[in-house]
Design a binder for this molecule. Sequence first.
Ligand code: HEC
Length: 109
Amino acid sequence: MMTNRILACAALSLTLIAGRALAQKPGDAAKGKEVFEQCGVCHNADSDEKKMGPGLKGLYKKAKMANGQKPTDASILALVNKGKGTMPAFADVLSAEEKADLMAYLKTL
Ligand code: HEC
């Protein structure tokens, strides 16, 4: 009985440790700015003026994006992963870390 409890306890601790290691660390906006160079061909960062795609200044402060969704990490990440119209999909182009950095940078616009 006692051994079972110890085992259960050990398993729980391992799950917690693994969970923490896998958890996404917060993005780095300075690195995200470099990632954005791939977006800058089509998007202005310093104005909401349209280039190929809409200007992204104040993106997170908008009530809605063109697709009707509220700009959040999840909705923006989904859009960046899938692409839209002439915007390419970045799902396999950027790493999870680069995407987190990118979101952190977009928040500063
Ligand atoms: C080849 C040009 C191109 C590239 C590169 C590109 N985009 Fe886009 N993007 C577009 C176009 C065009 C749209 C508008 C699509 C539509 O609404 O049909 C768009 C839409 C968006 C939107 C929605 C904006 C809104 O207000 O609705 C976001 C956010 C966005 N892009 C972010 C990014 C990010 C971040 C990157 C870099 C990882 C990127 N884009 C790279 C062309 C591009």
